[in-house]
Design a protein around this ligand. Structure first.
Ligand SMILES: Nc1ncnc2c1ncn2[C@@H]1O[C@H](COP(=O)(O)OP(=O)(O)OP(=O)(O)O)[C@@H](O)[C@H]1O
Ligand SMILES: [Mg+2]
Length: 303
């Protein structure tokens, strides 16, 4: 007996054009009732049975998860040690958060990744396009060109980066929603939000507004998660924190609403060392230890 034949009224279902259990599991009660002429009650029963059958097969042996993990795509930061810190680069279908004080290199990393994702796979890229949501007016195409030139790329890099500005949380959320439509026509592999938090912080200032701020921010992150799953893209977000906050423990910082670590997959704290040297510390990751590396920001970019 096939899975389909295990459904009640399977011949009626087949006559109505249903072919797979999955199809029935995803159907609405009303639609199924209309298409088959069965009562809503029966329709609901059939759908619930179909779900039990279909979802049971969603459990896969962990081996196949490991295979998927091993072939997960990544974007190189341009620094080998930084890539290693992240387990091989910025991961697709994950949200990577760079947080740190002003000038710590958050935006520079975003620019570099917007260039690198366009490179061929053997050069650390995914030959993909970029969506860039700029909330601080600090996106600099001339700096991106400089980094591109160092990789042997020309002005073409700019035509693969679709950028928009959002100076309110409302617009920031609406822009993200509209990105789904844009991505249908483009091979978007990287979505950048620089900065994720600035608008939220300004509009929801003070302790009293904290709850609303995190509610709105969670709403934004939820859409972001949907996006990366649907389009097989990486998300990179930045979050400015003040230097004093740097010294606090993560728990204290979280109370202050300074980090969004709970909703991003990887959290990287950036600090200035001397001159062009920067320190990157991985503070939160599902499978990697806390670790620190140094990298440099030069005219050629991140190295
Ligand atoms: N063309 C360049 N050549 C070398 N270094 C540069 C160049 N442009 C920027 N930088 C370095 O990058 C730093 C700025 O870093 P970045 O803009 O990424 O900071 P940020 O973390 O985004 O700060 P903020 O929170 O204020 O946005 C500068 O202070 C400088 O050290
Ligand atoms: Mg910046």
């Amino acid at each position: 007996m096939s899975d389909f034949d295990m459904l009640p009224h399977h011949s009626v279902l087949r006559d109505a054009g249903y072919k797979t259990v999955g199809e029935v599991a995803e159907e609405g009660t009303h639609e199924l009732s209309v298409r088959t002429g069965l009562t809503r009650e029966t329709a609901a029963e059939i759908i619930s049975k179909a779900r039990r059958i279909a979802y049971a097969s969603e459990f896969k042996r962990l081996e196949s998860y490991l295979k998927a993990r091993e072939s997960v795509e990544r974007i190189s930061t341009g620094s080998r040690s930084f890539d290693e810190l992240l387990g091989g680069g910025v991961e697709v279908r994950a949200i990577t958060e760079f947080f740190g004080e002003s000038s710590s290199g958050k935006s520079q990393l975003c620019f570099q990744l917007a260039v690198n994702v366009q490179l061929p796979k053997d050069k650390g890229g995914l030959e993909g396009a970029v969506i860039f949501i700029d909330t601080e007016g600090t996106l600099r195409p001339e700096r991106i060109l400089q980094m591109a030139a160092a990789k042997g790329l020309g002005r073409d890099v700019l035509s693969n980066i679709y950028a928009a500005q959002a100076y309110t949380t409302e617009k920031q959320i609406r822009l993200l929603e509209s990105v789904f439509e844009l991505a249908e026509r483009l091979n978007v592999r990287l979505l950048i939000v620089d900065s994720l938090t600035a608008n939220f912080r300004r509009e929801f200032a003070g302790r009293a507004a904290m709850q609303n701020r995190s509610k709105k921010l969670n709403e934004f992150m939820e859409i972001l998660r949907k996006f990366i799953r649907k389009f097989d893209a990486a998300a990179v977000v930045t979050n400015q924190i003040s230097a004093e906050v740097d010294a606090l423990t993560p728990a204290v910082r979280a109370v202050g609403g300074n980090i969004v670590a709970h909703s991003s997959t990887y959290s990287v704290l950036l600090r200035k060392a001397r001159a062009d040297l920067r320190i990157a510390k991985l503070v939160d990751a599902p499978h990697l230890p806390e670790a620190e590396v140094t990298f440099r920001i030069t005219e050629e970019g991140i190295c």
